[in-house]
Ligand binder design. Structure first.
Ligand code: ADP
Length: 446
C-alpha cells in the first residue's frame, strides 16, 4: 500500500530532495527539526513540521525517541532518514518496527551486518566480491597486527570496524609505528562510535575510489553503474563524476554488487564502495546502506529518480525496472560547495548575505541555501551540490566551469575557488586522479 505521509528525519539539501520525491509521488511531507533550522526551506515548505528543540542541536535529529514520537504524532506511515544522523542506526529501525512505522531503507539486521566493516567484508567476500587482504577479526594487539602486516606487506591501514566518515584511520608504513597507530585508531573509534574494535587491511597504493549504485527490493537487485569519487579531503569526497569504467567492467562489477546485495536480502538504495588500484583491480571497501550525497550524479546520467525508487521499494513494490532498462547517457560531475575555507577545510558558518545558484541546460543545483540563510556551525558544512551534465566529460567540465563562475555565495567562505581551479588542472582534465589528488596538488589550496 502506498504511503500517505512520510516523516523526513533530516535537514538541509537532502531534506528538500526527499520532499520533492514525496511530492512527485503525491505523498505528504512531514519534518522534524531543531531550533537552528526552524526558518529553513525544508521546514517552511513541509506540509507539517515538528519542533524538537534540544540543548545539543544534534540531538534534534539524533534522539531516537523524539523522532519516533514525531512520526506518531504527525501520523506518518514511514520515516525517511536521508544520510547521516539516524540513517544507519539499527536501534532506530527496530523502534520504528515496534511502532508499525516503515523505515525507508534496509532492515535492522542488514544495517547491523553492513555497519560492521569486518562482518560486511566477510559477507561480501562470501558473495564473490574482491576484498583487500586483511584481518577477518578485530585486532587489539600490536604484535598480532605486525605479524599480519608481515604477511600482507606494508603499508597497511588500520580502520574502525564501526567506522564512517574516514574517522580514526591510520596508515602504517613500518612495524615500529603500530603501537601508537593502533591506540590512536582505537581511541578515536571509541569516542566517535562507542566501539573500539579495529582491523587491519592492505593499504592500496595509487588507488581510485569507484562506487556502484544499487537498488534492491529484498529479493532482487539492479545496479545503476558507477561513480568516480577520488577527489577527497580527509577521506571525504569533494568532486564526484560518472561514468568512469568501460561497459564491460561496469557489467562485471555490477553483476557482483547485485549478487552481494541479494545475498543479504537487501532492500532499498545502497552504494557499494571500492578502491581500484593502478592495475585496474577492484577491492571492496564497504556498503553504504542509504541514499548517498552523490546519488545525483547517477540520476543525471541514467534519468532515473533514485530517491523515488527507494521509497517505492519501501512501500513494498517489487523492482519496477529490469537491469536492461538502465542506460547511461553522457557524463555528469558534481562539486560539493561546502562552506569551508580552501586551505584547511575548516567550516565557515554564518549568514549568507547574498547567493545565487546557476541553472540552465545540463545544470542541476541541490541546495537549501538562500539569501539571508544562517548557516549553523553545528551541522555538516555542505551548502550546495552543483552538478553539470554533458554529452561527454569534456563538455560536462566546460559547463561546470561556467556554472561555478555564475555561482554567488557571500557571507561565508566556500569551496568554489578550489573547484574552479580543479576544473582547469591538467591531471584532472586528463583523468589522472587518485585518492591522493588533493595532497599531491597543494598548489590548488590557497
Ligand atoms: P569510511 O566509512 O570511514 O568513509 P571507507 O572504508 O569507506 O571508510 O574508506 C574511505 C576512504 O579511506 C577511501 O575512499 C580511501 O580514500 C581511504 N581508504 C580506506 N581503506 C583504504 C585502503 N585499504 N587503502 C587505501 N585507502 C583506503
Amino acid at each position: 500500500m502506498g504511503f500517505k505521509r512520510v516523516l523526513i528525519a533530516n535537514r538541509g539539501e537532502i531534506a528538500l530532495r526527499i520532499m520533492r520525491a514525496l511530492r512527485d509521488m503525491g505523498i505528504e511531507a512531514a519534518i522534524i527539526h531543531g531550533r537552528e533550522d526552524r526558518l529553513s526551506l525544508p521546514v517552511r515548505m513541509s506540509d507539517v513540521a515538528y519542533a524538537n528543540y534540544k540543548d545539543n542541536p544534534l540531538d534534534s535529529y539524533l534522539d531516537i525517541e523524539s523522532v519516533v514520537a514525531a512520526a506518531k504524532e504527525l501520523e506518518c506511515d514511514a520515516v525517511h532518514p536521508g544520510y547521516g544522523f539516524l540513517a544507519e542506526n539499527a536501534k532506530f529501525v527496530k523502534r520504528l518496527e515496534e511502532e508499525g512505522i516503515t523505515f525507508i531503507g534496509p532492515s535492522a539486521d542488514v544495517i547491523t551486518l553492513l555497519g560492521d566493516k569486518i562482518e560486511a567484508r566477510a559477507a561480501m567476500e562470501a558473495a564473490g566480491l574482491p576484498t583487500a587482504k586483511g584481518s577477518s577479526e578485530p585486532i587489539s594487539s600490536a604484535d598480532v597486527a605486525r605479524q599480519l602486516a608481515d604477511e600482507i606487506g606494508y603499508p597497511v591501514i588500520i580502520k574502525a570496524a564501526a567506522g564512517g566518515g574516514g574517522i580514526g584511520m591510520q596508515i602504517v608504513e613500518e612495524a615500529s609505528e603500530f603501537e601508537s597507530a593502533l591506540k590512536l585508531c582505537q581511541s578515536r573509534a571509541k569516542s566517535a562510535f562507542g566501539d573500539d574494535r579495529v582491523f587491519v587491511e592492505k593499504y592500496i597504493m595509487g588507488a581510485q575510489h569507484v562506487e556502484f549504485q544499487v537498488l534492491a527490493d529484498g529479493k532482487n537487485a539492479i545496479h545503476f553503474g558507477e561513480r568516480f569519487c577520488s577527489i577527497q579531503r580527509r577521506h571525504q569526497k569533494l568532486v564526484e563524476e560518472g561514468p568512469w569504467l568501460t561497459d564491460e567492467k561496469r557489467a562485471e562489477i555490477g553483476a557482483l554488487v547485485c549478487a552481494g546485495a541479494e545475498s543479504v536480502g537487501y532492500k532499498g538504495l545502497a552504494t557499494f564502495e571500492f578502491l581500484r588500484d593502478a592495475n585496474g583491480d577492484f577491492y571492496f571497501l564497504e556498503v553504504n546502506p542509504r541514499v548517498q550525497v552523490e546519488h545525483t550524479v547517477t540520476e543525471l546520467i541514467t534519468g532515473h529518480n533514485l530517491v523515488e525508487l527507494g521509497i517505492r521499494v519501501a512501500q513494498g513494490e517489487d523492482l519496477p525496472l529490469a537491469q536492461e532498462d538502465i542506460k547511461w547517457r553522457g557524463h555528469a560531475i558534481q562539486c560539493r560547495l561546502n562552506a569551508e575555507d580552501t586551505v584547511n577545510f575548516v567550516p565557515s558558518p554564518g549568514r549568507l548575505w547574498d547567493c545565487h545558484f546557476p541553472s540552465g541546460f545540463g545544470i542541476r543545483c541541490d541546495t537549501h541555501a538562500h539569501p539571508g540563510y544562517e548557516m549553523p556551525g553545528c551541522f555538516d558544512s555542505l551548502l550546495a551540490k552543483l552538478l553539470t551534465w554533458g554529452e561527454d566529460r569534456e563538455s560536462a567540465v566546460r559547463r561546470m566551469r561556467s556554472a561555478l563562475d555564475e555561482t554567488i555565495i557571500e557571507g561565508v567562505e566556500h569551496l568554489i575557488p578550489l573547484h574552479r581551479r580543479i576544473m582547469d588542472e591538467e591531471d584532472f582534465i586528463n583523468g589522472d586522479i587518485t585518492i591522493k589528488y588533493i595532497d599531491e596538488h597543494p598548489e590548488l589550496l590557497f
